[in-house]
Design a protein around this ligand. Structure first.
Ligand SMILES: [Cu+2]
Length: 115
């Protein structure tokens, strides 16, 4: 029984390893969506929430249009996870809402009008 479990675990590990190798071959997806915010400080906070995140190749938020453009590897990270990371630092997007206490901790000038 224990042996079977170990065998199963190694098969799963091997399979996920093969998966991530497939992903590292430069598969890229580009998405644009709305993230609510006000200023250059928001831009910094929003963009740095995706800095050094595995699977994210680029992240750019435009102050004027509130448009977030991300380029990422969909086999490493999902769009949903990306939006959640942005919500975690206090910013609402078209589908994910930041927690009130995180929003309330934003700098006064960054407390954008919530959708
Ligand atoms: Cu701001």
């Amino acid at each position: 029984m224990k042996f079977t479990l170990t065998l199963l675990t190694s098969i799963i590990l091997l399979a996920s390893c093969a998966n991530s190798q497939e992903g590292s071959q430069g598969e890229k997806q580009k998405e644009t969506f709305t993230v609510y915010g006000n200023c250059g400080m928001c831009k910094k906070t929003i963009e740095s929430s995706l800095e050094d995140v595995a699977g994210v190749n680029s992240a750019d938020w435009e102050i004027e249009s509130h448009q977030m453009s991300v380029q990422f590897n969909p086999s490493t990270i999902t769009l949903d996870e990306i939006k959640q990371l942005i919500a975690d630092v206090g910013y609402d997007s078209d589908s994910h809402r930041a927690k009130d206490e995180v929003y309330n901790n934003l700098h006064g000038c960054c407390q954008y009008e919530r959708p």
